[in-house]
Design a protein. Structure first.
Lengths: 198, 198
DNA sequence: AAGAAATCATACCGAATAGTATGATTCTAG
DNA sequence: CTAGAATCATACTATTCGGTATGATTTCTT
């Protein structure tokens, strides 16, 4: 019983997967429902049985991406060695933001975000919230910073430098360069903000 | 004599101006040659007399934007007060990158840059080069930093935080917030890198 | 096995678009 | 003033795309 239910869910997933692929590669405007249907191994009518319009499919595909793309580099924050915890977190953060999937999603959202800001806002407002909370707690408890928002903001900005460079066509940094950059950013943050890393 | 030459140049400029406007607002795919022609107060055939295809027009429009959008916040670097020079430079830098025109160009390039990386690369490789050279010289001469690349990279990254936030739909910072952010970034840089601001 | 739901294959509609064609009209050069 | 150009106005072609319609076929339920 309920066999058709699971089949339905599978079809839905297949369509969403295909939609993500096609949207990420081609962008919202260029991607066609025919191509998405073909990529899902499904007829266009089937696509329309699950999603009433291209716009709705796009929105659901974005949700799908977010759910699929959740990373957990905040686990590093449990390391008792404070400096190692921060360094590992930083490297994980940078690497995640340099991954193809992250870059593609970011490109897509920035591109389409000009016309529908709510979309961009809702997308970005959900993902990082947990991580942000954990990081804030870490700064408070382990570094003794009462209001760590500024420190986190500046640190994050420094960590995102490689991603922003890659976005404008510069070559991706090597593993070694990522580590160096993480170390450097952490040092500047710690010294610059007068933090005590015991 | 040569009256027709100037008329030709004016028409060309008018078309390029219109193309920039339309491309920036609608994006490459959505923008139509009909609308661009209309915005330029010109027939589509006239557009095609000057530019052989939409793609060529897009490339020329990008060049046009770059030439039109050159800012000179590096003039602040001549201020004999070192700290004031850096602070004014920072504020100018942030404000420029928060302007609508900058944001729009950035969005357009990031969006279209996924498919044609050379375009993005060439666009960004020309503009900031002068500014970068002056800033490098400043760090060397006035701050005594032999290899200021890292410092400049981290500083720039911090300064770009507001722009990246605006890009993902967060509200634009006030004038006061921009100044505070510039001050904070400068302090963290100076202290963090152990620079001597005399 | 039989009826119902989902899916397929295919064709179609209306709108939009890049690019071309043509003939009339305006502007410039000599 | 006149010849040649640039431009205009308009229409056309071929294609693409979002979305719908239809009738056949497969898949699940009972």
């Amino acid at each position: 019983m309920g066999k058709i239910e699971t089949r339905k869910k599978l079809k839905r997933r297949a369509i969403l997967d295909a939609a993500c692929d096609v949207f990420l590669v081609e962008g919202y405007v260029t991607a066609s429902m025919d191509r998405i249907a073909a990529a899902a191994g499904v007829t266009k009518q089937t696509v329309y049985r699950y999603f009433s319009s291209k716009e709705e499919l796009f929105g659901e595909a974005l949700k799908h991406m977010r759910e699929a793309g959740e990373e957990e580099f905040e686990t590093h924050l449990t390391n008792p060695d404070t400096r190692a915890a921060l360094l590992d977190y930083a490297v994980g953060f940078i690497r995640a933001h340099l991954s193809d999937s992250h870059l593609e999603v970011y490109r897509l959202l920035i591109a389409e975000g000009g016309k529908s800001p709510e979309l961009t806002r809702t997308f970005f407002s959900v993902g990082p919230e947990d991580t942000d909370r954990e990081l804030t707690a870490f700064f408070r408890q382990r570094l003794g910073v009462d209001h760590p928002e500024t420190a986190i903001r500046l640190w994050t900005a420094m960590l995102l430098a490689p991603r922003n460079e890659v976005l404008i066509g510069l070559p991706a940094p090597s593993v070694r360069q990522v580590e160096d950059h993480a170390r450097m950013s952490l040092d500047v943050l710690v010294t610059g903000m007068g933090l005590e890393v015991r």
